[in-house]
Design a protein. Structure first.
Lengths: 318, 346, 302
C-alpha cells in the first residue's frame, strides 16, 4: 500500500501499477500472427475467481440482512424481508459498545507503541548499523515462526509470574505489536529505503537541527506513507485478532462477535458483515491516502535490495 | 545467397505510423545499420524481420522466400538483444546450446558447435558460469555465440552495445564486426549511435519517423548527406543563415562561399548552410571572431569561436597541435570550406 | 658524531581509540529498546514453552517432547501437515494461474490493479468473518449454494463434503491463501523478461519450450517459496478453523483444547511439547522460505 513497486511483498495494491517494462506475457504469444485465443484461459480464471471471492460476501450480506432461511429462497422470496434491523440489534446489545471501545483503544495503543518503537529503531539501523539490516530483517521474521496460538501458550505459562500485568486488558498491546511486527517493520523499512535517509539527515543536521527536530520535521513527514500504511495494517489486525484475545479471555470485539453469534445468529452475522466492511474500508482508505502521496513514481529499485518476506499477518486473523 | 529484403513494409501502432513503406535490400554477407533517433522505426523494422511484429502490409523475404507471415520460431535468424537476454537458469554453454537442442541435433554435434562458438567469441573459460556471473560485455558475447550457433541465415542485432560501458562498447563493436566478416553472415544492426554505425557498417540506412532518409556507405552518409536530417544526425554540424547566390554559391553574413550543393536551389532562396567543424579552419582570412572555448578531445580539438557578425558560436575542428597556442579571447578568423556543405532551404 | 635521523613513528594506534569502533560499540545501544521488547514479549513466551516442554517431575527430560510427537499427537501432526500441504498446493496452483492472468491481461488497464488491490485485502481476511461468510455459502443448512445444489438434485453433504472437514477447510483457507500467492508471485512473473521469451522463440522454441526450459525453472524458487509460505499460513491458522470444526487433529485446535484444560492431551509438559513442535515446524518452514526467496530474487534482479 505504501511500498515502492519493487518490493516483493504481498499487501501492496500498487504492485500492479508497475513502471517496469511490459511483462513478458502479453496476450498474444510471442511471434505468432494471430493468437487472440490466448486470452481465453486468463479471462476464465479471473471470472471463476471473481465468483469465488465475491459470493461468500454476498451470501453473508444476504444471511445477515434478509430474514429468510436459505432453504426457503426462491423467485418469490428473494426480495422479501430485507432490513438493517439485525445490525441495530447487535449495536444495542449491552456488551457491544464496551468490546468495540476496547478493540479501538487496543488498536490505537498498538499503533502508537509500534511507531514509537519501530521508527526510531529503523532509522537508527539505517543510519548507524547498515550491516545489521539483514539480521534485523531476520529478527522480524521471528513472529512468523511463533504463531499466535503458540505465543498465547507461552503467555499462559508466564501468566502466574506476571499476573499484575496480564490481568489488564491493555496487556494485549505489546503482544499485538509483536504479531504485527513483520509487516510494520517492513513497511517502515521500505519507506526508509525509498527516501535518501542519509542525505536528508545530513542536510537537516548541517542546517542546525537537533535529532528531535530532524525526526519530527524531516523524517516523519517523508515517511508519512509508510507510517500510514503500517498504522492501518496494524489497526486491521488488532480489530480482527481473535486467537490471543479469546484464549486470555479478554473482551475484545472479535471475542464478542463469536459469543454474540452463538447467542443471536442473525444479528451476529450482521455484526461480522460490518466488521468485514469496516476492515475493507480501512484498506480502501489506505490506498486512497497513499496513492495521493505518491504522485511522483519512484525509480525502479531491483528487488534484491528489498526485504524478502511477505507483508501479511499470517496466523493472526486466520 | 542469403539476402534480406523489405518490400514496402508498413506498420502502424494504433494511430502512430512506425514504418511508412520501408524498402531495403540487404546483400549477402553485408552489414547494414539502421540508424536513427528513438521512434524512427528502426527497431520496428528489426522486430518485423525477426517475427516479433507483423507488417500491416508489404513483404519480408529471406533468400527470396516470403517469410512475412512465418511465426518467429520458424524463421532461421539469430538475434542479439539489447540486454538481459541470456537465460538465467542455464549456464553459458547451455545457453549457446539452446537453439541446437530445439533443432534436435545429436549431442556430439551440439558440443562441437558450442565449443566452436565459444572459441569464436573467446569465452571458452566461462562455459560453466551463469549469466549473472558475467560482465555486460561478456554476456553480449555469449548472446552472439548463442545466435550464431544455429547457423542462421540472417543475424539481427538490436542495439547490442547500448547498455555497456563506453570502453567495452568500442572493443565489442569491433569484435562483432570481425566475427561478422569472418563468418560472412548477412546482418542487420540497429543503433542510435552514429559513431558505431560509421565504424562497422558496409552501408548505413538513416531513418527518421518511419522513413528512410538516406541509404549509403559510411563515407557517403558522412561526407555527402542527402538531407539536412542526415547531416545533423550523423556527426555534428555548424549552421549559418544565408541565401543562395548566383551559381553554386551561398551568401553568408556578407561573404560569398562556394557551395556545390547550392546549385540545386534558385538564387535568393534563404537557406541554412550546414558545415562540419572539420570544414572550418582558422586562417588568416575569414569571419572575424574571438575564441570562446577550447575543448580538447585527444586527436582533435574543438575551438568555439564567437563570430563578430552574428554573435553565434561556431565549432572549428583543429588538428593535433594547431590549437596549442590558443587561449580564450584570442582574435581569429574562421574560413568556411563549402565543398561538403549541405544547403537546406528554410 | 653521527647524524641521527629520528623519524617520528606513530605507535600502532592514532591518538585516542579509533573513532569508528568506539562509535560502533556505542551504536548498539540504540537497538536495546527494540531487542528488549522482543525479548520480553516474544522470546520469553517462546522459551517458556520449550522450558515447560522439557520439564518433568524428575527434572530435565526429552520424554514429553517425544510423547508430544507420538500416538494421537503424531496423528494430529500428520493430519495437519498433510492438510496444510494440500491447502498450500491448491493455493499455489490457483494463485499462480490468477497471477499469470493478472500479468497477461493488459487490457482492460484497470484489471490488474483491481486484482492486486482485492488480493491485498483478502490476504488479510480470515478468522471469524470469513468462517461465517462461508457458512452462509456452503453451510449444511444455511448455505445458499448448498440449498441451490440440493434443489438441483445434488446433496453435497451426503457426498461427504463438510465445511469442517479437509475439503471444506481447504476451500475456506483458499480465500486468503490464493490472494497471498498472487501477491507473492506477481513480481516474480513480472521479472520474467520479455527478451527471454523472444530469444527462445528466435532460437526455435515454442511457447511450451519456453515454459519448460526457462519460464518455469526461473519461477520455481518463487513457487516453492509460495508453497512454503502458504503451508506455514495454513498450519498456523487458528480462528477460522475454530469456528468451523472441533477436529482435534488440527494442531492449532489441539493446542487450544489443551490450553482450555482438555485432559486427554496428557501432562502439562506434553501439551507444551505440542506447542514446541509447532514452533519447530514453523521455524523450519520459514527458514526454507527465506532461502527460497533469496534465490528467487537473485534471478528477479538480473
Amino acid at each position: 500500500m505504501d511500498l515502492p513497486l519493487d518490493a516483493p511483498l504481498p499487501i501492496d495494491p500498487e504492485l500492479g501499477a508497475s513502471t517496469t517494462a511490459p511483462t513478458a506475457l502479453a496476450p498474444q504469444s510471442v511471434g505468432r500472427p494471430n493468437a487472440k485465443y490466448a486470452r481465453i484461459v486468463p479471462i476464465t480464471v479471473v471470472t471463476i475467481s471473481a465468483f469465488f471471492f465475491l459470493l461468500p460476501l454476498l451470501t453473508l450480506a444476504r444471511h445477515s440482512l434478509q430474514n429468510v432461511p436459505a432453504f426457503l429462497l426462491g423467485k418469490d422470496t428473494i426480495f422479501t424481508k430485507w432490513s438493517l434491523e439485525p445490525m441495530w440489534r447487535a449495536f444495542d446489545d449491552p456488551k457491544f459498545m464496551p468490546s468495540l471501545k476496547l478493540s479501538l483503544m487496543l488498536a490505537v495503543g498498538t499503533v502508537f507503541l509500534t511507531l514509537a518503537l519501530l521508527v526510531p529503531t529503523a532509522v537508527w539501523t539505517h543510519l548507524r548499523l547498515p550491516k545489521m539490516r539483514t539480521f534485523i530483517e531476520f529478527i522480524t521474521v521471528l513472529p512468523y515462526m511463533i504463531p499466535a496460538i503458540a505465543l498465547v501458550a507461552g503467555i499462559v505459562i508466564v501468566k502466574p509470574h506476571a499476573r499484575w500485568f496480564l490481568n489488564s486488558d491493555f496487556a494485549l498491546i505489546p503482544f499485538y505489536v509483536v504479531l504485527a511486527l513483520p509487516f510494520t517493520y517492513r513497511s517502515i523499512d521500505a519507506g526508509l529505503r525509498a527516501i535518501d535517509l542519509r542525505t536528508l539527515v545530513d542536510a537537516s543536521r548541517s542546517l542546525g537541527a537537533g535529532w528531535g527536530t530532524t525526526l519530527r520535521k524531516v523524517l516523519i513527514p517523508n515517511l508519512r506513507t509508510a507510517i500510514i500504511s503500517a498504522s492501518f495494517l496494524t489497526a486491521a489486525v488488532v480489530i480482527g485478532e481473535y486467537t490471543i484475545a479469546s484464549t486470555l479471555l479478554k473482551k475484545t470485539l472479535p471475542a464478542f462477535q463469536r459469543e454474540y453469534t452463538q447467542r443471536e445468529p442473525q444479528a451476529g452475522y450482521a455484526l461480522n458483515l460490518l466488521a468485514l466492511l469496516v476492515t475493507t474500508l480501512l484498506f480502501v482508505l489506505l490506498s486512497v491516502l497513499t496513492k495521493k502521496r505518491d504522485q511522483s513514481r519512484k525509480p525502479y529499485v531491483p528487488p534484491a535490495a528489498e526485504p524478502t518476506l511477505p507483508h501479511t499477518p499470517t496466523g493472526t486473523l486466520t | 545467397m542469403t539476402t534480406l529484403d523489405f518490400i514496402s513494409v508498413r506498420k502502424t501502432f494504433g494511430t502512430t505510423v512506425a514504418l511508412e513503406g520501408l524498402d531495403l535490400d540487404v546483400q549477402q554477407g553485408e552489414l547494414i545499420t539502421l540508424l536513427g533517433p528513438s521512434g524512427c522505426g528502426k527497431t520496428t523494422a528489426l522486430r518485423i524481420a525477426a517475427g516479433f511484429e507483423f507488417a500491416d502490409s508489404g513483404a519480408v523475404l529471406v533468400a527470396g522466400s516470403d517469410i512475412t507471415r512465418t511465426p518467429a520460431h520458424k524463421r532461421n535468424m539469430g538475434m542479439v538483444f539489447q540486454s538481459y537476454s541470456l537465460f538465467p537458469n542455464l549456464t553459458v554453454a547451455q545457453n549457446v546450446e539452446f537453439g541446437l537442442r530445439t533443432r534436435k541435433l545429436p549431442s556430439e554435434q551440439r558440443h562441437r558447435r558450442v565449443h566452436e562458438m565459444m572459441e569464436l567469441v573467446q569465452l571458452t573459460s566461462m562455459a560453466n558460469r551463469y549469466a549473472h556471473q558475467l560482465s555486460g560485455g561478456q554476456q553480449q558475447r555469449v548472446a552472439l555465440a548463442r545466435a550464431l550457433a544455429i547457423q542462421p541465415q540472417v543475424l539481427l542485432l538490436d542495439e547490442p552495445l547500448s547498455a555497456l560501458d563506453a570502453k567495452v562498447r568500442t572493443t565489442l563493436r569491433d569484435e562483432i564486426r570481425r566475427i561478422q566478416t569472418e563468418v560472412g553472415i548477412t546482418t542487420l544492426f540497429v543503433t542510435h549511435d552514429q559513431e558505431e554505425a560509421l565504424a562497422i557498417s558496409d552501408r548505413i540506412c538513416v531513418m527518421s519517423q518511419g522513413r528512410v532518409e538516406q541509404l549509403g556507405s559510411p563515407t557517403e552518409v558522412y561526407r555527402r548527406p542527402s538531407t539536412a536530417f542526415v547531416a545533423r544526425f550523423v556527426g555534428s554540424m555548424n549552421e549559418f543563415a544565408g541565401h543562395v547566390g548566383d551559381g553554386a554559391e551561398v551568401s553568408v553574413l556578407g561573404r560569398r562561399i562556394a557551395v556545390p550543393s547550392a546549385a540545386a536551389h534558385t538564387t535568393g532562396t534563404p537557406v541554412s548552410l550546414l558545415v562540419r567543424p572539420e570544414d572550418l579552419a582558422l586562417e588568416a582570412d575569414g569571419f572575424p571572431g574571438s575564441v570562446a572555448s577550447i575543448t580538447f578531445q585527444g586527436a582533435t580539438t574543438l575551438v568555439g569561436v564567437r563570430l563578430d557578425v552574428s554573435d553565434t558560436i561556431v565549432s572549428v575542428g583543429v588538428g593535433r597541435g594547431k590549437a596549442d597556442d590558443l587561449s580564450l579571447g584570442d582574435r581569429v578568423h574562421v574560413d568556411v570550406h563549402g565543398v561538403n556543405a549541405v544547403t537546406e532551404p528554410v | 658524531m653521527t647524524d641521527v635521523i629520528i623519524t617520528e613513528v606513530e605507535g600502532g594506534r592514532t591518538a585516542g581509540a579509533p573513532p569508528s569502533s568506539a562509535r560502533r560499540n556505542w551504536a548498539w545501544v540504540g537497538l536495546v529498546p527494540f531487542f528488549a521488547f522482543l525479548f520480553l514479549f516474544l522470546i520469553i513466551p517462546a522459551l517458556s514453552v520449550f522450558f515447560n516442554a522439557l520439564r518433568t517431575e524428575d527434572g530435565f527430560s526429552l520424554a514429553p517432547l517425544g510423547e508430544a510427537f507420538s500416538g494421537q499427537n503424531f496423528q494430529a501432526f500428520r493430519f495437519s501437515i498433510m492438510f496444510s500441504a494440500g491447502a498450500a498446493i491448491v493455493g499455489v496452483i490457483w494463485g499462480t494461474l490468477l497471477a499469470y492472468a493478472a500479468a497477461s491481461l493488459i487490457r482492460p488497464k484497470w484489471l490488474r490493479n483491481l486484482i492486486t488491490s482485492f488480493c491485498g485485502v483478502a490476504a488479510n481476511m480470515g478468522g471469524l468473518p470469513l468462517a461465517f461468510a462461508f457458512i452462509t455459502l456452503l453451510g449444511a443448512r444455511a448455505g445458499v449454494l448448498t440449498n441451490i445444489l440440493n434443489w438441483l438434485g445434488l446433496d453435497i453433504y451426503e457426498h461427504g463434503f463438510d465445511l469442517g472437514n479437509t475439503a471444506g477447510l481447504i476451500v475456506v483457507y483458499s480465500y486468503f491463501n490464493v490472494p497471498l500467492m498472487v501477491l507473492i508471485t506477481l513480481p516474480a512473473i513480472d521479472g520474467l523478461k520479455q527478451s527471454w521469451r523472444e530469444a527462445c522463440a528466435n532460437l526455435g522454441g515454442t511457447t511450451w519450450t519456453y515454459w519448460r526450459r526457462v519460464g518455469l525453472p526461473v519461477l520455481t524458487p518463487s513457487l516453492l517459496g509460495g508453497f512454503l509460505l502458504l503451508f506455514a499460513n495454513s498450519f498456523a491458522a487458528y480462528a477460522t478453523a475454530a469456528i468451523l470444526t472441533d477436529n482435534s487433529k488440527i494442531v492449532s485446535l489441539r493446542i487450544a483444547f489443551f490450553l482450555g484444560g482438555d485432559v486427554s492431551i496428557g501432562e502439562d509438559a506434553v501439551g507444551f511439547g505440542l506447542v514446541a513442535w509447532m514452533i519447530i515446524v514453523m521455524a523450519v518452514c520459514m527458514s526454507l522460505y527465506w532461502v527460497a526467496r533469496r534465490r528467487a530474487e537473485r534471478w528477479q534482479s538480473l
